[in-house]
Design a protein around this ligand. Structure first.
Ligand SMILES: NC(=O)C1=CN([C@@H]2O[C@H](COP(=O)(O)OP(=O)(O)OC[C@H]3O[C@@H](n4cnc5c(N)ncnc54)[C@H](OP(=O)(O)O)[C@@H]3O)[C@@H](O)[C@H]2O)C=CC1
Ligand SMILES: Nc1nc(O)c(N)c(N[C@@H]2O[C@H](COP(=O)(O)O)[C@@H](O)[C@H]2O)n1
Length: 229
């Protein structure tokens, strides 16, 4: 058993998540930020990789007071369970994700994470340990399911999203295409990592919806399971 996993990302019209400096930038507009806040608020958990924590220092909190109130009325924490994928326990103990907003956090580390760093982070978050070098995402998903997580939103970055696709762990992806060009051959893209080589390995997608949002476009894709072309 594993949660339903959906990825949400914003990219430029030329397919970049950020600049070559890998700093946090605004790609989508206000309507898209409202949409993201809503789907985040409806999710049981939200996940990012350590690359995103170090680059963006996100809090991953629900922002809209209405969305917070709806969660509270349902007896939920203000924010979904926040999860960082971080083999070496490099999450800074003063990171916003550990301090802003109420609600549980999990730092998922591998067997090689130094014990003293685990202990420091354990003051603010539960620690999942799994995987020899990198975090074992499949085992983590099973653990999250046992924890009661039915829907998991993944906010990036491209390295984590690659691993999730490689392991067949993505069910849907929302792609917001902003009206700008970023460029740079080393700028991050939605799916980085090693990349698929053979066409029959490519995850196949079905377009569920396509609409204009702000001055860009929003696509919602379903990952087609076990379909080869
Ligand atoms: N526009 C958008 O929507 C978004 C943009 N971004 C941008 O993306 C960039 C960050 O992305 P990126 O650098 O790819 O980092 P990621 O956030 O994808 O984190 C990747 C890191 O996670 C760790 N990790 C541990 N286990 C695994 C595993 N099994 N699979 C994959 N990764 C694992 C690795 O580091 P280690 O081995 O040290 O643990 C790895 O380098 C930033 O520039 C950020 O601004 C990010 C999110 C959304
Ligand atoms: N939807 C969206 N649009 C953009 O333009 C973005 N740059 C991002 N980035 C993601 O949002 C996170 C910010 O989280 P907080 O506001 O700090 O809670 C950031 O880390 C990226 O994951 N997303």
């Amino acid at each position: 058993m594993r949660p339903f996993v959906f990825v949400n990302l914003a990219m430029s019209a030329d397919g970049k998540l950020s600049t070559i400096e890998r700093r946090q930038i605004k790609i989508s507009g206000n309507d898209d930020f409202s949409r993201v806040d809503m789907i985040k608020s409806d999710a049981d958990a939200i996940m990012v990789g350590i690359g995103t924590v170090l680059a963006d220092n996100p809090s991953l909190t629900v922002k809209s007071p209405d969305n917070i109130a709806k969660r509270k009325n349902k007896g939920l924490d203000q924010n979904p369970l926040r999860i960082v994928i971080d083999s070496n326990a490099k999450t800074p103990p003063d990171a916003d994700i550990l301090h802003k907003g109420e609600g549980p956090r999990i730092i998922a580390v591998s067997d090689k994470a130094p014990q003293e760093k685990i202990e420091a982070l354990n003051e603010y978050a539960d620690i999942f340990v799994g995987g020899e070098e990198k975090v074992d995402l499949e085992t983590l998903m099973e653990a999250l399911s046992e924890y009661g997580v039915k829907t998991l939103m993944v906010e990036g970055g491209g390295t984590l999203i690659w691993s999730l696709f490689k392991s067949g762990l993505v069910d849907e992806i929302y792609t917001c295409v902003g009206n700008c060009i970023i460029g740079g051959e080393n700028a991050p893209t939605p799916v980085d990592g090693e990349g698929f080589i053979k066409e029959d390995e490519f995850p196949k997608l079905e377009l569920l919806s396509l609409k204009k949002i702000d001055d860009g476009a929003l696509m919602r894709w379903k990952v087609v399971k076990d379909k080869k072309h």
